[in-house]
Design a protein around this ligand. Sequence first.
Ligand code: FES
Length: 102
Amino acid sequence: MKRIDKTSSLIPQVERGTLIKIFVDGIEIEAYKGETVATALLSAGITTFRLSHKHKKPRGLYCGMGICYECLVTINGIHAQRACITPVEEGMQIETCKELEL
Ligand code: FES
């Protein structure tokens, strides 16, 4: 998945926030202020946010609005944060694919 970087007559002009850096599993990626963690992860090509507890199956964005809890990640050491409703912040440390104890 990739961010739209050009506009056309079919797509309204996209206005982005300030470009910032965040870290996903120790790797620096770019994000824009105002985006959610989920958006930044998907834009970086990361679709597996965690593994299911029982069967270790990949989980990622599903409802995209904070209801299903499929997108849980660890943010700045705090477990089980919903990536789809958490805005990115400069220097944020995100860990994916951890077995999250709820
Ligand atoms: S995708 Fe459903 S809570 Fe985040």
